[in-house]
Structures are given as C-alpha cells and as structure tokens.
Design a protein around this ligand. Structure first.
Ligand code: GLN
Length: 199
C-alpha cells in the first residue's frame, strides 16, 4: 500500500481551514502549521490565500521562514494559492492600489515575479473556466484580488493560463503555485494534482 503524505497547511492567517477541509475530502492527513517543530512532521506544505503582507510578517514573527526555505531546498513539495503564490515568488511588484510598500522579502522558491492585486480591487474579483494540464474538464476558478505573474523564469512550467496569455498555475520542480483559490470550491482536482507530486 502507498503511504499518503501528511500535508501541513500554514495556519497563520487566511483560508487555511478551507484547505484542511479539501484535504479531508481526499482522505489526506493534514496538520495546521504554526511552529518550527510541527514543520518537521510533514511531507508537504500548503501556503493559503489571505493577505500576503500579514502572512509574511507572521512568518518572521513565528521564525518559520528559514525552516520552510531549507525544507523546500531539500525537495519538500510546497503549493501556494493566491497570497501563497506571492510569498513563494522571486520578486513582488506593487501597483497603484498599494499605498505603502511593505518590507518583507518573499521566499524566492519559484522563479517568477508577481504583481499584487493586479486585476484591481475586491470588486474586480472574478471567476473563470480554466483549461489545466492534467485535467480532462475545465476547472471553475475563483480569483479574489489576485496577483498576476509578470515574469516567468525559463525553468518554470505553465500548467494553465487565462486565454493563453496570463499564467495562473505554474510549477518549478517541487514548487506549485496558483493565483486563484481551489480551496473555495467543491472541486478537489487541483489538490489531487498537488498530492500527485508525492508519487
Ligand atoms: N491581495 C492579496 C495579497 O496581496 C492576495 C489575495 C488573496 O489571497 N485572495 O496578499
């Protein structure tokens, strides 16, 4: 029998509870992560959507940043959704909606640059039927104050994009990112794609 991985969900801020519920639907064991010790007991990590500035501040406060980076460098799969994608990126570009630039450096674990809130304000949130590599039918995706990918490094694979122009799911080795919120739907197929990274 194949052992299912234990997935940690970074639970400092944002919609971590929804990720845990999605993992439950796949009967995957999960663990809420708020400490360095608990990081040692997981096989993979999800960084949820929320507010990237708050999560990055808390990552420093809880002293989790370097431990996550070192587990990632040793091959642990990590998936960031929306704010999680911003946190995993190489560089964060701010736009007119940000009135102050925060000082937190992203984890630089995937070679992409992202522009925060690039689709506009909360009212400009939208839904879209995406074609995704590895999925037979389109995936109905929810974008909430989503970031846009403004640069894709040459070793990064694009698994899905809006109208072939705007990448929204990307992967580089053990790091997966999506600019939308699969945890807010009833469709667990993107979570399944992440779990496949362990086989
Ligand atoms: N706009 C948020 C940020 O910049 C991300 C939004 C989200 O995760 N839904 O952190």
């Amino acid at each position: 029998m194949v052992n299912l991985p234990v997935i940690g969900v970074l639970s400092l801020q944002g919609d971590f509870a929804e990720h845990v519920l999605m993992l439950d639907t796949l009967e995957v064991n999960s663990m809420e992560i708020r400490s360095q010790e608990s990081l040692q007991n997981i096989d993979g990590l999800i960084i949820p959507g929320g507010e990237s500035t708050s999560i990055m501040k808390l990552l420093e406060l809880f002293d989790l940043k370097n431990s996550i980076i070192s587990r990632a460098k040793n091959g642990m799969p990590i998936w960031g959704t929306c704010a999680g994608m911003i946190i995993l990126s190489q560089n964060i570009i701010h736009n007119e909606y940000q009135n102050k630039i925060h000082k937190y450096e992203p984890l630089k674990l995937i070679d992409i640059d992202v522009t925060r809130n690039a689709f506009g304000r909360q009212i400009d949130s939208f839904e879209f039927d995406l074609d995704v590599d590895g999925l037979e039918d389109p995936y109905h995706s929810i974008f909430i104050r989503a970031p846009q990918v403004s640069r894709v490094g040459k070793n990064v694979e694009v698994l899905s994009s809006i109208t072939n122009t705007q990448p929204v799911i990307l992967k580089q080795d053990n790091i997966l990112v999506s600019s939308f919120h699969p945890e807010l739907t009833r469709d667990n197929r993107i979570h399944k794609l992440f779990i496949q990274m362990f086989s």
